[in-house]
Design a protein around this ligand. Structure first.
Ligand code: C2O
Ligand code: CU
Length: 461
């Protein structure tokens, strides 16, 4: 038994500094946390008669190993970087301490090749989340560095099956290898890196079996760099129960769902296809519609009654919107947009010079990450941010560390989200409570757009 007073005296004599220095070493002890290793690997993305694809992966697989915990549980992962580039892990959509957010140069130093970093946080919200590299993400995510993070509710809905479906859009050559045109200026100035091969959980198609009348919870995640997906179904009917990990106040009828990059949706769907038929999950793309997944259906029973809403997560309610402080982000640039001059590295540059530096977009006339935040908020303050899409392209605006509500045309707040899609020429106003202290990134989740200039940040103190 250690006498508590004696322990205090010991740490007191060594000084607080020494005691603090011990803490990270204790939590980082080997065996204390599960390892999350990023390294080159091979994956069977293409059909069996094609070669395997060289990828970069967490835990040797694309997607990386599913992390599944109960709401309120602590998540600890020792990230080990066996890549040829520095990297960091972002836990997309989680409201966690700023130092765990995984953004190089803003919340931590990038982890060098051969290095490691301990991520340690509590999963306070239940829902469908994901993790992905946040270093050169336009390359590292395109190479496969992502995985699902599922936080289970205390009282989950009654379903026969709970499946996570991570959608991705790869640009593969005829040899099934990744085309290494990462960050190409043409992609950056247009819709981003749009691929030619869509996978579900790293496979060409999701396959399975179900019985008529079964209820499935399908957790869809769009892990693509830039492709906006449109998902429908045949022989599956039901509801959207949550978006971006946050339950809807009332489940909404599921028909066709738009999933911008990084967005998620939790579907509760019943198998309405008859025995002997197939139930299909369908992707509607410009190139045509095709099945993302197919379930062969066996005889079963009756459908269940309509589902109840999922329990809301403990997100603070919005304060007085009329009194909320506001800021505007004007988005400009891109092909057919005519970006004028913008600031880069403290210098005012014309479009040619900017493009030569890989910058084809700007937020408020800045083509790089500004040294000052867009806005500095007091803890607990309600903020309103307007994003004005003065470009000829859609954009998927993501705010780190906080879910927000997009205000409708009538000013009414919509559902909680962490990514919102803006059509060309559209303005979106979002509102949220700045309840999480730290420096939080704001960027377009079309990853080539982020690298091309669409990045700013918010400070909460
Ligand atoms: Cu999903 Cu800044 O990231
Ligand atoms: Cu964009």
């Amino acid at each position: 038994m250690i006498d508590r007073r004696r322990l205090l005296a010991l740490t007191g004599s060594a000084g607080l500094g020494a005691a603090m220095a011990l803490r990270p070493r204790l939590t980082r002890a080997e065996g204390g946390a599960v390892e999350l290793r990023a390294a080159p690997a091979m994956a069977r993305l293409a059909p069996a008669d094609m070669p395997e694809t060289a990828v970069w992966a967490f835990g040797g697989a694309v997607p990386g190993p599913e992390i599944r915990v109960a709401q309120g549980a602590r998540v600890t992962r020792r990230f080990v970087n066996d890549l040829p580039q520095p990297s960091a892990v972002h836990w997309h959509g989680l409201r966690l301490p700023n130092a765990m957010d995984g953004v190089p140069h803003l919340t931590q130093e990038a982890v060098p090749p051969g290095g490691a970093f301990l991520y340690d946080f509590v999963a306070q919200d239940a829902g469908t989340f994901w993790f992905h590299s946040h270093a050169r993400s336009f390359e590292q995510v395109a190479r496969g560095l992502y995985g699902p993070l599922i936080v289970e509710e205390a009282a989950p809905p009654d379903v026969d099956r709970d499946a996570t479906l991570m959608l991705d859009d790869w640009r593969l050559g005829d040899d099934a290898q990744i085309v290494e045109s990462f960050g190409a200026l043409h992609d950056a100035a247009h819709a981003g890196r749009i691929g030619n091969w869509i996978t579900v959980n790293g496979a060409p198609e999701w396959r399975g079996a179900a019985r008529a009348g079964d209820r499935l919870r399908l957790r869809l995640v769009n892990a693509a760099n830039a492709r906006v997906m449109s998902v429908g179904a045949q022989g599956l009917e039901g509801w959207v129960a949550a978006l971006d990990g946050m339950p809807l106040a009332r489940p909404e009828a599921f028909d066709r769902l738009t999933l911008a990059p990084a967005q998620r949706a939790d579907l509760l769907v019943d198998v309405t296809a008859a025995a002997g038929e197939e139930a299909l999950l369908i992707s509607f793309e410009r190139e045509g519609a095709f099945a993302l997944g197919a379930l062969s259906v066996a005889a079963g029973g009756a459908r269940r009654p309509d589902p109840a809403p999922l329990q809301p997560n403990p997100v603070p309610p919005l304060g007085d919107l009329a009194a909320a402080r506001r800021a505007t982000v004007r988005m400009e640039g891109g092909a057919m947009g005519g970006m004028g001059h913008a600031m880069l590295g403290g210098e005012r540059m014309g479009p040619r010079e900017l493009a030569a530096a890989g910058k084809v977009w700007a937020f408020n006339g800045r083509a790089d990450m500004p040294e000052a935040p867009l806005i500095e908020a007091a803890l607990g303050e309600t903020l309103r941010l307007s994003f004005v899409n003065d470009t000829a392209w859609p954009h998927a605006i993501h705010l780190h560390g906080t879910h927000f509500r997009r205000l409708g045309a009538d000013g009414a707040p919509g559902p909680l989200r962490d990514v919102t899609l803006l059509a060309r020429g559209e303005t979106a106003e979002i509102a949220f409570v700045a309840d999480n202290p730290g420096d939080w990134l704001i960027h377009c989740h079309m990853l080539e757009h982020a690298a091309g200039g669409m990045t700013t940040w918010l400070r909460v103190v």
